[in-house]
Design a protein around this ligand. Structure first.
Ligand SMILES: NS(=O)(=O)N=C1NCCCN1
Ligand SMILES: [Zn+2]
Length: 261
């Protein structure tokens, strides 16, 4: 039961195209965002998050990242507005990070990487019956991306970092109820938006990306706890630190990046 893909030399982003040819498609993610080349679109309204009745269920190590899954059987936590034509239902969030603070994010800004990137993954439950169906549709998913930069301690991130030891190994899952990810957002939700893809296999070109401009600040100590996770299962003799689980920027292929104000 080896991993079909990973972030190593043999199974990493540079060879994903062999099993997932869409890796070389026209709307792949992440991308490098060049702020001055983004077109400001006054018709882009604010992003609206209704996460108040949100219901996290569990936190898990899926062998690629640490994921917090939500109950998505109704519209209790949705994102809408901005470039979105419908409300999109929160399904899960996860992170990407580096082995050192100088890299780790997936999207870059004018060639600069952040230490980490948080992805809040939502699906269009108005048009599609399941997440899996939505994930294959061009307007099926909306992912809100938040950059993490190292500095002061983040006052709420400890809720997650304090339980990471319980999901150290691939395949481990722990109850994680009542967490509202609104506490992980910066105060300003100004954003860039463009049409792209999942950044992990199967790399489906189904994502409306909404990248928040302002990073949240987390401490080196908090980020370091993500690096105590491992890609491998408890039963495996290999203990490979979970870090550098990010895909590098992909060709823009003529796409336009729009900017809210
Ligand atoms: N990094 S990403 O684009 O969010 N990729 C994902 N792949 C599987 C399902 C959730 N998200
Ligand atoms: Zn992601």
């Amino acid at each position: 039961t080896g991993n079909p893909w990973g972030y190593g030399k043999q199974d990493g982003p540079s060879v994903w195209h062999k099993n997932y040819p869409v890796a070389e498609g026209d709307r792949q993610s992440p991308i490098d965002i060049v702020p001055h080349q983004a077109s400001h679109d006054p018709s882009l309204g604010p992003i609206v998050l209704n996460y108040d009745k949100c219901t996290s269920i569990k936190i898990a190590n899926n062998g690629h990242s640490v994921v917090v899954e939500f109950e998505d059987s109704d519209d209790r936590s949705v994102i809408q507005g901005g470039p979105l034509g419908n409300p999109y239902r929160l399904k899960q969030f996860h992170f990407h990070w580096g082995g050192k603070d100088c890299h780790g994010s997936e999207h870059t800004v004018a060639g600069n990487s952040y230490a980490s990137e948080l992805h809040l993954v939502h699906w269009n439950a108005v048009k599609y019956k399941t997440f899996e169906e939505a994930a294959t549709a061009p307007d099926g998913l909306a992912v809100l991306g938040i950059f993490l930069e190292t500095g002061d301690n983040h006052r709420w991130l400890h809720t997650i970092t304090d339980v990471l030891y319980t999901v150290k190994f691939k395949g481990s899952v722990t109850d994680f109820k009542g967490f509202n990810p609104k506490c992980l957002l910066p105060s300003s939700l100004h954003y860039w938006t463009y049409l792209g893809s999942l950044t992990t296999p199967p790399l489906y070109e189904s994502v409306t990306w909404i990248i928040v401009k302002d990073p949240i600040i987390v401490s080196e100590k908090q980020l370091g706890k993500f690096r105590t996770l491992v890609f491998t299962g408890e039963e495996e003799d290999q203990r490979t630190r979970m870090e550098n689980n990010f895909r590098p920027p992909q060709p823009l292929k003529g796409r336009k990046v729009r900017s809210s104000n």
